[in-house]
Design a protein around this ligand. Structure first.
Ligand code: UDP
Length: 336
């Protein structure tokens, strides 16, 4: 079924709550909905989100922001009509799993519970931003939503992957037993302007190393694969699921798959860098392969990613250059 007609043209009378609103994906999503005319309420405690991601949002009169930790509570929204809630508050980088594992587990359990209770109270539709990490080190490739995964529940990534599995489970409980209209997406590797330059992930590391002609640090032999989605494509995918999907999980990402070595070589080429490759130990439980099967999302709404890897890398590099105070023309800094 092609249900693309169900996508709204305008959201003038709609209020959207974005938990984790200062993160790079949530802030891009917030801008997308502000452009569509919605009122957007962001919440963030800045544990990994960035104040600079909010600057573009405050230009819209219908943007409201609360600095809060959703583990502790939510803002007073008693006079507010809330139509859609996006649960996007979890830190998601492998370096975060080492530094703030308990915060990750608590936001995906206690924090998500508070958002689900709010969805029930307000009659809002709720979307849980889950992750490809629920597939662990997958034994099925590409990953389909029906695959139940290969997760090490006591491994160094478990604070994130197990708590996201729990969040999915709790979302389904609210759907089945409390009548809440819910969505679950599983986000695959995403990159773009607004990422933290020091978040330790492969794309910021490689771009920043390439921009400075420093050695590119490949973990392991670089034969492990990832499939990288530019952030605006991801935002469109999330939008399609929220408005056209059902309560079952949807993979959201770009199925173009690269080995990490190919990824480094492509970034060196696109940025005209003189960097060389250098090799470091592979982290424990680093998934060997990752690629989404997005047939389910595609048959729901015709969704396809549009931004090529080289185009996305150029835009992301311009963003990182601007953070280093290099001169970049303002029109070149648009994420869209
Ligand atoms: N990686 C790498 N060099 C880096 C950072 C990451 O080779 O400087 C590898 C990492 O080991 C993994 C892949 O790149 O195989 C993607 O890592 P990332 O941290 O971006 O996200 P993940 O997909 O592991 O959550």
């Amino acid at each position: 079924m092609n249900s693309s007609q169900k996508l709204p043209e305008s959201l003038d009378n709609v209020t959207i709550l974005v938990a984790g609103g200062a993160g790079f994906i949530p802030s891009t999503l917030s801008e997308f909905y502000l452009k569509m005319g919605a009122k957007v309420i962001g919440i963030d405690n800045f544990i990994t989100g960035s104040r600079s991601n909010l600057e573009k949002l405050f230009k819209y009169p219908k943007y409201e922001f609360h600095e809060m930790d959703i583990i502790q509570g939510l803002p007073n929204l008693s006079n507010e009509k809330i139509d859609y809630i996006f649960s996007l508050a979890s830190p998601a980088s492998p370096i975060d799993f080492k530094i703030i594992p308990l915060e990750i587990m608590r936001v995906n359990s206690e924090g998500t519970l508070k958002l689900l209770d709010l969805a029930k109270e307000k009659g809002a539709r709720f979307l849980e931003a889950s992750t490809s990490e629920v597939y662990g080190d997958p034994l099925v490739h590409p990953q389909v939503e029906t695959y139940l995964g290969n997760v090490n529940c006591i491994g160094p990534r478990s604070s994130y992957d197990e708590s996201k599995r729990f969040a999915e489970s709790m979302t389904m409980v609210f759907n089945r037993f409390k009548g809440v209209d819910t969505r679950i997406i599983r986000i695959f590797n995403t990159y773009g302007p607004g990422m933290r330059p020091d978040d330790g992930r492969v794309i910021p590391n490689f771009i920043n190393q390439a921009l400075e002609n420093k050695d590119i640090t490949i973990y392991g032999d670089g034969s492990q694969t990832r499939s990288f989605c530019y952030v605006t494509d991801l935002v469109r995918a999330i939008h399609h699921v929220m408005f056209c999907g059902d309560s079952t999980p949807y993979n959201c990402g770009n199925p173009d798959e690269y080995t990490i070595k190919e990824c480094a070589e492509e970034i060196i080429k696109v940025l005209g860098s003189k960097s060389q490759l250098t090799y470091r130990p592979l982290p424990i439980d680093d998934p060997k392969k990752r690629r989404p099967n997005i047939s389910k999302l595609n048959s729901l709404s015709g969704f396809k990613p549009e931004v090529s890897f080289s185009e996305g890398i150029k835009k992301t590099a311009l963003f990182f250059k601007s953070l280093k105070k290099e001169r970049v023309a303002p029109e070149e800094l648009s994420v869209w």
